[in-house]
Design a protein around this ligand. Sequence first.
Ligand code: AMP
Ligand code: MN
Ligand code: MN
Ligand code: MN
Length: 278
Amino acid sequence: MAEIYDLHCHSTASDGALSPTELITRAHEQGVTSMALTDHDTTAGLAEARTAATAKGIRLIPGIELSVSWHDKCFHIVGLGINPDYPPLAQATQDLQTVRVERAEKIAHKLEKKRIPGALEAVKHAAGDGMITRTHFADFLLSQHHVSTQQEAFDRYLGQGKPAYVSTSWAEMNQAIKWITESGGVAVLAHPLRYKLTANWMKRLLTAFKEAGGQGIEVVTSRINADEIKLIAGYAASFGLAGSKGSDFHNPENQWVELGRLAPLPSAIKPVWELLEF
Ligand code: AMP
Ligand code: MN
Ligand code: MN
Ligand code: MN
């Protein structure tokens, strides 16, 4: 049977719509054979995912998607094959929860100034025990009819430079890569084209990422075309990085993104799963 990998997706432990069990069930229905749960700055969904994956016969790779700061810009690093119990990593996720709560308070305050009250209570309720993200704010703005799409919520309120944007000091990139690698995992630069970097800045980023111990780059993600895959594959080759693939699935209502439904990794690229122990 052909292996189908999906090494980037979200559950209700962060901004995904499905619980870890629902996510694994859906992945199984889609034919996924190996998947990584990579919630934003938390590993809280992994235990439930492990139980569900064992029941369905899916190989679960314990993961995380860490928000990091580098040159005052936010980047996402996916950690694959991490040990969530590695004390510095466990401490980091705890600290990041505090960072995210304090940021949510500031975002809500800014929305209040725009005469949009009630956001903090709503996002806390929606996130439950999970990490609060801007996706929760976008959903709140949607539910209150301040916007008509999630994208519009980012364009008008939540995106960088918009009225409810709060700049945040995330973990330092080098530090985050250390937490991942020292816990036994592989650090992968997530969705490299989403940062809108010039070629020069991309090279600086990848140089720094590699020097810090980063080993992989997401070559295949959702909503990406063949030219873009080629471009990233070129970066992977130049910087000696393994290639990952992941849908970044959040919500079954987004018909453009499905678990496991991804283009193949270009054959010249070393697959990141060859670096992972199962
Ligand atoms: P945060 O980590 O709290 O800043 O939230 C970032 C999350 O918001 C991302 O992981 C995406 O799921 C979501 N997001 C960011 N930009 C957009 C956008 N333009 N449209 C929809 N969702 C977005
Ligand atoms: Mn997200
Ligand atoms: Mn991301
Ligand atoms: Mn993601």
